[in-house]
Design a binder for this molecule. Structure first.
Ligand SMILES: [Zn+2]
Length: 564
């Protein structure tokens, strides 16, 4: 039973989730999210646009209908009849509404799909419109925001609809090359050719609460495999868990979230002229007087203390405005590595670090800060994204080592670490690393090939744990303290060896005794080391970084002698 207003719009509608009878105006005021059960109902493209953009800022791209029937397709009805009916029903010329707009004051190009129009299918006209939106973004030097809702390619246009995946992807690649941000917002449902192209190739992928996304739909998968699908299959939360999306955002928070992301990353990096005075060569070791040579084994114990600030603690204190980005886009979201956009003294940057925890439960949930291949690949994705957008990278290292499990080996742990090291060595943006706790082996180096490597006073950085070294080279595990001394793993030792550029002093006792003071010290050290790097042209940065690590190839006899 529905009551109808004189305008023809129904006054009441029944929620598809909880079956509650809802007053239409109340539902609309709640952004078409059921106030009873939270179901996010599907939005028409014009409604979506008005929810997302600054009032009055939307300028549509094209309003002429594009006539397309490239293969003269006829099923029960000729395709052109279906198109005409879709146009009459939706008031839109096609299944996507494109234009330019401002979101939170940041200009962007926008493409919003409408599922009501032939299932949001990707036909030639849709591909053309989205491509035009991307070209407009490129021309104006602004980000592109895509809101997807689609069953996939438009079969009535045959293989030409398939080609749209390539056409739009090419336009996305153009934005990538130009260092312009692309963001997609997955809404329910996003499947097939749209899922397998621009919906997931964007720099940032947000899923609206309740969205489902996949290549094949659940019905097809059930038919083909004959298997029962797991609870929550292909839902936003499933996608987050499996590393496919950066975040899940409820509708009422979407506009603010987009505004923040565009503000953080939307502006093109200013051209660096490289005419300012070069900073001191990134190889000069600094020996603060407070970095006294404490016993190495005692330092190991301080470095592992559960009270030491973690990466998330630093993100709260040293940095501002952290927006966490999730997932490697390949199947995993490793909890031992966290990363995302943040500000340091008003400057936007990418922060990536190992995450441990203060309690046994937290440590277990974070795999004790031991990254899986998915963790390394998430870090890699964020480093590359930062470089494209001209954002500097800060990494915080605190890991006993990379995850040594069976699954990690099956998923290519060695290659994942190798790729990070290689990518960091040529990353065309400033990189500063702080070893905040344990710098364990290759797992640490996977985040630590940097222009400047800083180390907290009581942190350690080593090729192997003292226990591991003792087990191999000494008769028993009790020799760990001896091994710790022999490994030269303290900050002052590593400074003398040139592995570390600067020791960041800790408060009396250690970082665990005064996390706030530690956060301030890290902030000071980061600013002092990062700011001069921002003036250096990317080419010079990479050359210097390569020189920095190249010289470790030659035996540093002098430094070794000095360290003894
Ligand atoms: Zn409901």
């Amino acid at each position: 039973m529905t009551a109808t207003a004189p305008s023809g719009e129904t006054l009441w509608s029944r929620c598809g989730g909880c079956a509650a009878l809802l007053y239409r105006k109340r539902l609309r005021r709640n952004l078409d999210v059921c106030p009873e059960c939270g179901l996010h109902t599907r939005l028409a493209a014009p409604e979506r646009v008005s929810q997302l953009v600054d009032p009055g800022s939307f300028r549509p791209l094209l309003d002429r209908a594009v006539e397309v029937d490239p293969i003269g397709f006829v099923d029960a009805l000729p395709y052109l009849h279906r198109l005409a009916a879709a146009r009459a029903d939706t008031g839109l010329p096609e299944a996507v509404l494109c234009g330019t707009a401002a979101i939170g004051g940041s200009r962007c190009a926008l493409a919003v799909m409408d599922f009501r129009f032939l299932g949001g299918s990707l036909g030639c006209a849709v591909g053309e419109l989205i491509t035009c939106a991307a070209e407009q973004a490129l021309e104006a030097g602004v980000p592109l925001v895509l809101v997807t809702a689609s069953g996939g390619a438009r079969m009535q246009e045959g293989a030409l609809s398939l080609m749209q995946m390539a056409t739009v992807s090419q336009a996305m690649a153009g934005l990538r090359e130009a260092g312009l941000l692309t963001v997609s917002v997955l809404t329910d449902p996003t499947y097939g050719g749209v899922a397998a192209s621009f919906a997931t190739s964007a720099d940032l992928v947000l899923a609206e609460s309740g969205a489902r996304m996949g290549f094949a739909g659940p019905r097809v998968i059930r038919q083909v495999t004959g298997r029962h699908l797991p609870e929550g299959f292909q839902t936003a939360e499933f996608l987050l868990r499996h590393g496919q999306v950066d975040m899940v955002v409820p509708r009422h928070a979407l506009r603010a979230r987009l505004a923040a992301l565009l503000a953080a990353t939307g502006r093109r990096a200013p051209k660096r002229l490289g005419v300012t005075a070069p900073p001191p060569e990134a190889t000069r070791p600094v020996h603060p007087s407070r970095a006294s040579d404490r016993d190495a084994w005692e330092t190991v114990r301080l470095a592992r203390h559960p009270g030491r600030p973690t990466t998330l603690d630093y993100l709260e204190t040293t940095f501002d405005g952290f927006t966490e980005l999730h997932g490697d886009r390949l199947g995993g979201d490793c909890p031992a590595v966290v990363g995302g956009l943040a500000r340091l003294d008003g400057r936007h940057l990418m922060v990536i670090g190992h995450q441990k925890g203060h309690t046994t439960a937290e440590l277990a949930a974070r795999n004790f800060g031991m990254a899986t291949p998915a963790g390394h690949r998430k870090a890699l994705r964020l480093m590359r994204l930062a470089a494209r957008l001209g954002l500097p990278v800060v990494t915080l290292v605190d890991t006993p080592g990379a995850d040594p499990g069976i699954e990690a080996e099956e998923h290519g742990q060695a290659a994942a670490i190798a790729e990070n090291i290689l990518t960091l060595s040529v990353l065309p943006t400033p990189v500063v690393t702080v070893v905040t706790g344990e710098g364990g082996s290759g797992g640490a180096l996977a985040l630590a090939v940097a222009d400047r490597v800083l180390m907290l006073q009581h942190a350690v950085y080593s090729v192997i744990s003292p226990e591991g070294c003792a087990a191999i080279l000494w008769p028993g595990r009790t020799a760990a303290p001896q091994a710790a001394r022999a490994l030269r793993l303290t900050a002052p030792d590593l400074c003398r060896l040139g592995v570390v550029d600067e020791v960041v002093p800790e408060p009396d006792g250690s970082a665990a005794d005064d996390p706030e003071a530690t956060a301030r010290a890290v902030r000071r050290a980061l600013l002092a080391n990062l700011l001069p790097l921002l003036e250096v042209p990317a080419v010079t940065l990479v050359q210097r970084r390569r020189r920095r690590f190249r010289r470790f190839g030659a035996a540093r006899a002098g430094a070794r002698a000095e360290a003894r």
